[in-house]
Design a protein around this ligand. Sequence first.
Ligand SMILES: Cc1cc2nc3c(=O)[nH]c(=O)nc-3n(C[C@H](O)[C@H](O)[C@H](O)COP(=O)(O)OP(=O)(O)OC[C@H]3O[C@@H](n4cnc5c(N)ncnc54)[C@H](O)[C@@H]3O)c2cc1C
Length: 273
Amino acid sequence: MTDRPVRPPRPQHVLEVTSSEWVTPHIVRLRATAADLSAFRESPYTDRYVKITFVKPELGLEPPYDLPALRETLAPEDLPVTRTYTIREVTDRDLAIDFVVHGDEGLAAPWAARAVPGDRLVVSSPGGGYAPDSSADWHLLAGDDSALPAIAAALEALAPDATGTAFIEVQGPDDELPLTAPGGVDVVWLHRGEAVPGTSSVLVDAVATWAPRDGRGHVFAHGEREAMKGLRDVVFGRWGLARDQVSLSGYWAYGRTEDRFQAEKREPIGQII
Ligand SMILES: Cc1cc2nc3c(=O)[nH]c(=O)nc-3n(C[C@H](O)[C@H](O)[C@H](O)COP(=O)(O)OP(=O)(O)OC[C@H]3O[C@@H](n4cnc5c(N)ncnc54)[C@H](O)[C@@H]3O)c2cc1C
């Protein structure tokens, strides 16, 4: 086995939660503040995301955390845990994150559901990889609730004359959010109904029957891993798009914590492209 290169940890930012609002029955929006969030605002990506670090409160650790040192000294069960979230909105001093609350399981979602003003939020500097290509002839945005913040931000960044479609899978009509999109971009809400999240085919079925118009397209597709494999087969296999026309990856995987989901990226089941 070869050693994987160790990336230096991204700088940490310590924020304070200022508000919590349920924007749909399954999404809680937390706003948080810090003295200088310009690194987030200046990110060129509409899918800019952070890694949120969670440590056990009983350890009494104060952020920013010295993660390499903690990895050396803490017992495995006490190690900090990270979860990845999109920055929905940001100014120099405030940012908003929309958390899908998917039941009692997990770490980030239950934390977000209970968060109150004054709680601390420790996040990495932003990552990201997509912004709509203004030279594209058409756009396709596709994802489930976990990608809704990134899709919403992309729709807001599209040129006024952009054309295309956004397919968004949610449980039902109450989970639809008002979105701002150019007139030439259709927003299509897909309801999985009583299907357990991560087991529905509505997103793949809808994209598979969609007809891309002529010209060069640009695709943003993110969500549950198996659905993304289905979309991969459509956009590359059926439509023959080139790699640089497509941003596609899993945001989570059915039945897996994020730790397991990330680890599986090194195994055949976790590889999408
Ligand atoms: C770049 C990127 C950006 C992301 N942006 C967002 C975002 O803005 N908002 C957001 O809500 N999520 C987002 N996600 C997905 C989020 O990181 C995962 O859903 C994560 O697993 C949630 O952590 P958790 O502690 O709540 O659950 P975990 O402890 O990771 O998982 C516990 C259980 O919950 C299930 N589960 C996890 N996520 C979901 C879900 N969305 N629906 C149903 N079941 C689920 C798992 O399969 C597992 O069985 C993003 C992921 C990536 C990679």
